[in-house]
Write a protein that binds this ligand. Structure first.
Ligand SMILES: [Zn+2]
Ligand SMILES: [Zn+2]
Length: 453
């Protein structure tokens, strides 16, 4: 006989009784406190040095309480997290979200389901139009906080001098100059500078040493991330050499350890790691797929075991402390990673003993948040990547057995459950730039509403 452990509960579900519609959740929402409480999860919050069973309460998108036991009021909403790992919402500072012409796939939803609560998209082709095009999607409703890097070649494709571009990114270039030297489009001119950084991308375009030098100055003066496309060690050494002490972040650095020649891949990975060791303002990130013992998603570049060991050593001695996916859900081009490898990679780095669980969780939470706070000189980023009171309600709840996110919260809203999207979380995300988060960029509904007078 069929039986079901969910009781017949007309006190919770809407139902018909005595020819009347009962609406218990509708009634409860009339007195809803606004508090969502995550109960009894095993909280790992590296920044606040927490690793124990705790409750977490969120209101209006912000964490308001973390304690051993938060008593629940009948007007609260609770989520049972017993047996699950509760970590700060994953921050993926290199993930392709909508910038690779994915028409038939859903990389943004996939990333949210994979536990990513903030993603920064570095498409090589991102032009000054990219912030408007993607931020319009935030207005239309996305389940993730996202932002973009512009492609370096596109940044240089204007009639501006370097000094003028620095002014543009600081919002100090005159309107006349913006619309005569950069673009004739009002939306592009107004929003093209609301970004997190610039990506130098020799995989797709080749720029001169002089242009690289100018991009360094622009990023340094306008407090933006300089992200480099890292693959062959010669190019990496060139780019780091040109930095002359200015900050440089080596994107998908484990790509340097891929390729068919295992001995060369190992040497190449070592040369790239050495650049980070030898240059104080040089940081790097590793691709989650490359770090998995299985080498993860097979669409990604496959790393040799010897090169992988070099990457493990660099993580263990803290030379590199940021993990990214370089992903999207369903790759359209060979070589990208996959956001679905993030959670397994974090768990496996701890299982292998390469990092403690806390340090492993930090590679996609506290560490990328600290990196962004430092490079943008913006303390807003201290409010992400951790679960402290006052931080954003971004939380990833993980089943260690399944290596899957069970619940994902973005700005206090649940956006996925057991790897399934929850549609009412679709509007939870905001736009990320070096200024922090903007909830409503205004582009997606520009022609629909008029605000104010
Ligand atoms: Zn790249
Ligand atoms: Zn990439």
């Amino acid at each position: 006989m069929y039986s079901n452990n969910v009781k017949f509960t007309s006190d919770v579900l809407f139902s018909v009784k005595n020819n009347k519609l009962l609406d218990p959740i509708g009634d409860a929402m009339k007195t809803f406190s606004g508090r969502t409480i995550l109960k009894n999860g095993y909280v790992v919050d590296p920044k606040n040095n927490v690793e124990s069973v705790k409750d977490i309460a969120m209101v209006n998108g912000v964490i308001v309480d973390v304690a051993d036991d938060i008593p629940c009021d009948k007007d609260d909403r609770t989520v049972d997290c017993e047996g699950f790992l509760v970590v700060p919402g994953l921050i993926d500072v290199h993930i392709h979200l909508g910038d690779l012409f994915e028409i038939s796939t859903d990389p943004i939803g996939c990333a949210a389901r994979a536990g990513v609560t903030m993603g920064l998209s570095p498409g090589a082709g991102n032009t000054y139009m990219a912030p408007a095009l993607l931020a319009a999607e935030v207005d239309r409703g996305l389940p993730i906080n996202l932002g973009v890097y512009l492609g370096a070649a596109n940044v240089m494709g204007t009639q501006c001098t370097k000094e003028e571009l620095i002014k543009y990114f600081r919002g100090e270039l005159s309107e006349k100059d913006v619309f005569s030297k950069i673009t004739r489009t009002a939306i592009t001119g107004s929003t093209g500078n609301v970004i997190i950084g610039i990506k130098e991308h020799m995989g797709h375009f080749l720029i001169t040493d002089e242009q690289v030098d100018e991009i360094y100055d622009i990023c340094n003066e306008a407090k933006m991330v300089f992200l480099s496309h890292t693959q062959d060690p010669e190019h990496c050494e060139r780019i780091v050499g040109l930095s002359k002490g200015r900050p440089v972040h080596l994107g998908h650095a484990t790509a340097g350890g891929t390729g068919n020649d295992e001995a060369y891949a190992k040497e190449s990975m070592q040369r790239i790691v050495d650049q980070v060791k030898q240059n104080k303002e040089c940081t790097a990130e590793f691709v989650s797929s490359n770090l998995r013992p299985s080498r993860g998603h097979r669409e990604c570049l496959i790393m040799g075991k010897a090169a992988q060991q070099v990457a493990y050593d660099a993580l263990a001695d803290k030379t590199v402390d940021i993990v990214i996916s370089d992903g999207h859900g369903d790759a359209t081009m060979k070589g990208y990673g996959d956001s679905r490898d993030n959670v397994p990679a974090i768990l496996e780095l701890a299982e292998l003993g390469i990092l403690s669980l806390k340090d492993s969780v930090a590679t996609m939470t506290a560490n990328p948040a600290a990196h962004l706070a430092k490079r943008t000189a913006n303390p807003w980023f201290d409010k992400v990547g951790n679960l402290g009171v006052g931080s954003m309600g971004n939380v990833t709840v993980i089943s260690r057995e399944n290596k899957l996110p069970m619940y994902v919260f973005v700005n206090g809203e649940m956006v996925s459950f057991e790897n399934r999207s929850i549609r009412c979380g679709n509007g939870a995300g905001g736009w990320i730039s070096r200024f922090g988060m903007t909830r409503r960029p205004g582009i997606g509904d520009l022609t629909m509403y008029k605000y104010g007078k």
